[in-house]
Design a protein around this ligand. Sequence first.
Ligand code: KG4
Ligand code: ZN
Length: 332
Amino acid sequence: MKILAVDTSCDDSCVAIINTQDWVILSESVFSHTEPMKKFGGIVPEIASREHLKALPLAVETSLKKAGLSLSDMDWFAVTHRPGLIGALLVGLSYVKALAFATGKPFSVFNHIEGHLFSPLLITLEKQEGPAFPWTALVVSGGHTELFQVNGILDYQWLGGTLDDAAGEAFDKVGKLVGLPYPAGPLIDRLVREKATEEDRKIPFPRPKVEGNQFSFSGLKTAVALKVQKANLENEKEKIAILASAQEAIVDTLCEKTRLAAAQVPGSRIVVTGGVACNSHLREKLSEAHFPAPRHCTDNAAMVALLAGLYEKTGKLTPAPWTTTAHSTGDF
Ligand code: KG4
Ligand code: ZN
């Protein structure tokens, strides 16, 4: 079965086509809209919606061209319907509905976090050697920091998440406080890797003491804001020390909580996905974990196409003829 999937949950217009017969990703396209957001220092939802409107038809066309296929070759359309920016999601959903209507093919809607959750299977299904279950999975992105226990394909339980900011949001806000453009996460990663000494990582920013599988990053943001007030940001060394120590606090927290959760289930493998899973320091410190390739950690539609395929293969969802009510998956 050939599935064309779309994800417009945030500020990337993502399209992918997968063939579930051999799990080969036939093509992937990501049209990123971070550039128009830079002058605002963050995502402006209305601008994101308008950018999707312009880019999505091009992304679909590009994906079909790369795969050497046409719309009529598709058997099923999949689209992310939540969570995310509501206007942005609406553009993707409306577009996919129109594709389904025009071609007479079925479409279904999928949960973005569930997509991230099973993305570790993307590179491995075709090789039939994915990280073995059970997993303790950390989904860590600009909008989410969630822990799951995963016992098998589509068989999982939510363990807990952030009470306030997500880890990616904390990276972006710390960066904004020292004057870095949006999205600051990848820039902080690079600056710290290239310029920070061991000593630079030692400003004692708080590690939140919230219970169990919960996270909290708003206190770190306040602590960094207070530090910045007294700092001289013209002095590059001071700036790097703030960034390195804030990254240390975020990474320490993610590692500790994830390891504690994994220890509850003997033999559980740690997997980490979502944009922050690209962070090189997190990858180093949580070296026992499985991380998907960076392009499958950040937002992408291959994970949505795969998710649709998994629902179909496990018989949990049958592509139905076009109706006005779509199926809904991933209830958390
Ligand atoms: O999964 P994603 O692409 O979109 C959401 O669903 O949010 O994640 C984007 C987030 C941003 O906050 C970005 O700063 C962060 O992931 N991010 C990173 C890195 N690459 C992306 N944070 C730290 N280090 C990185 N290398
Ligand atoms: Zn995401």
